[in-house]
Design a protein around this ligand. Structure first.
Ligand SMILES: *Cc1c(COP(=O)(O)O)cnc(C)c1O
Length: 484
């Protein structure tokens, strides 16, 4: 039996509904100023996708500046409101690794946020954007001396120290220059959160952070009777070249529920109470990391930042009261939740195939393959994480029936999938433009030159104006480092 296309395809995953109208946009997937024009064309901030294609080519990352600024402000305002009477507000560090360029760094600064970096290269972008060092953080489990020295040169607001070895190295580097390093200690609270749940353990089998367990591996020189985290606090407090600000954790990514953040906060606050007992010191800061989830498909329903902020503030308030410690200044580090939904990737469709796939009971069902002019070089997340995305026909609307489709790239890998499962109109064909929403985070930043494919440009759109914020690579760029 071959299923007709008026029913849900047996090839579709359970979460994917067959759209009544394949031209419709689901608002939670798109930047706030993306619409269908009367002509049927997708527009953002008033500019149609055909114009983008004509001016910048495809593939193209199209980023709404208003949407970015609005999401950045929403986080800042929501957490300031929830934590205002507890600790005077919250410092929001935008996680630069999700997507960073000088223009974005300036927006972050202008909206009152700070910036998290995790390499010398990301610090270089922040410096070029003119951000002052106090507003920057530096992460990483293996920072080089050069990176630490650069952080000290720039007067960084916080260096998030990840190991006892690094703490000793940083103390020496700072002492040698008569400097004092602002330090947060990254702890592993034993909470791993992902999307709809979390795992809470004591032992943490991963490369980041300092274990809070006495038997945790702190590396050479760790004393066994104290946890690596407790040892790091003692050494940091004793080192004249270290200004210990507080504790940090980051429990995962694409998290929708507040419980994981809350449990991590409780564990770190209990640790702060222990620090007070052992050392008579109240560390002034606590960073609860990033990982706030976004909608990639209809399956995802993120909560508004205000709701998460209120839930987290309630837990922090209660825990500090119970432990009888002052509420530390809270910071958070959202990346994806600020930039992810601001951007869609515009592709041109090319080759089309229909394959008949066994769909149980001896029957087959058609699956449409639509190739686009990019792929895993501009979006590695489906390959890396099995990530799901969605797509729409962007250059026009159509009455054609939706057919279960797979959007694939042009690379020499059968795993080169952009959108695994989506209903696209049956008549999508070569030359049509497709838009894949929610590609603002970890797409451009993870882009590669696989198959000598040039990395796409990023265009920022605002008030009917489009401007390149990162130009696309040329063939000359691709050959520039080849020494012949
Ligand atoms: C990746 C990362 C973030 C940001 O994660 P998102 O999922 O983009 O919010 C924040 N903090 C640290 C330490 C990270 O490694």
């Amino acid at each position: 039996m071959v299923c007709t296309s008026t029913h849900a395809s047996p090839l579709a995953p359970a979460w994917l509904s067959r759209p009544e109208d394949a031209n419709a946009l689901r608002p939670q997937l798109w930047a706030q100023d993306v619409r269908r024009a009367d002509s049927g064309e997708l527009t953002v901030a008033g500019i149609g996708v055909a114009e983008h294609k004509a001016q910048f080519g495809t593939p193209l990352f199209v980023l709404s500046e208003a949407d970015f600024r609005a999401r950045a402000r929403e986080f800042k305002d929501a957490f300031d409101a929830a934590f205002g009477d507890l600790c005077g507000g919250v410092d929001v560090y935008y996680a630069g690794k999700s997507f960073l360029c000088t223009e974005v760094a300036r927006w972050v600064d202008q909206e009152g946020l700070r910036l998290d970096t995790c390499s010398g290269g990301e610090l270089a972008v922040a410096a070029r954007a003119g951000l002052s060092g106090e507003k920057l953080g530096l992460h990483g489990n293996n920072k080089s001396d050069a990176e630490l020295n650069r952080a000290l040169d720039m007067g960084l607001g916080r260096i998030v120290v990840d190991s006892l070895e690094e703490l000793a190295r940083l103390a020496d580097l700072a002492a040698a220059r008569g400097d004092r390093a602002n330090v947060m200690l990254r702890l592993t609270p034993g909470v791993h959160a992902h999307t709809h749940g979390f795992i809470a353990t004591a032992h943490v089998d991963q490369k980041f952070g300092l274990s809070m367990e006495a038997s945790g591996n702190g590396g050479p020189g760790a004393q066994q009777e104290r946890s690596p985290a407790a040892e790091a606090v003692a050494r940091a407090l004793a080192a004249p070249s270290i200004n210990l600000l507080g504790l940090h954790c980051h429990i995962g990514s694409q998290i929708f529920e507040p419980e994981g953040f809350a449990l991590a906060a409780e564990r770190l606050l209990a640790f702060l109470a222990q620090v007070r007992k052992d050392h008579g010191v109240d560390l002034p800061e606590l960073d609860l990391g990033g990982g706030y989830g976004i909608a990639y498909t209809e399956e995802d329903t993120p909560r508004p930042p205000a709701e998460l902020a209120r839930a987290m503030a309630a837990v922090v308030r209660a825990a500090c009261a119970r432990l009888a410690i002052p509420v530390p200044r809270i910071s958070i580090e959202p990346g994806r939740a600020i930039v992810g939904p601001t951007t869609f990737t515009l592709y041109e469709a090319g080759t089309r195939k229909t394959v008949n796939v066994e769909s149980g009971g001896g029957g087959t069902s058609p699956r449409r393959y639509v190739s686009v002019d990019g792929g895993m070089s501009d979006n590695a997340r489906p390959v890396l994480y099995d990530a799901d995305y969605s797509a729409v026909l962007a250059s026009r609307v159509t009455e054609a029936e939706p057919i279960i489709s797979r959007v694939v790239g042009k690379h020499c890998e059968s795993g080169d999938i952009v959108v695994r499962d989506v209903y696209l109109p049956e008549d999508v064909s070569a030359g049509d433009l497709l838009a894949v929403p929610a590609t603002g985070a970890y797409c451009w930043s993870l882009a590669s030159n696989y198959n000598y494919v040039a990395r796409p440009p990023v265009v920022a759109v605002r008030d009917g104006q489009a401007r390149l914020i990162i130009r696309g690579e040329t063939e000359a760029d691709l050959l520039a480092r080849d020494m012949g």
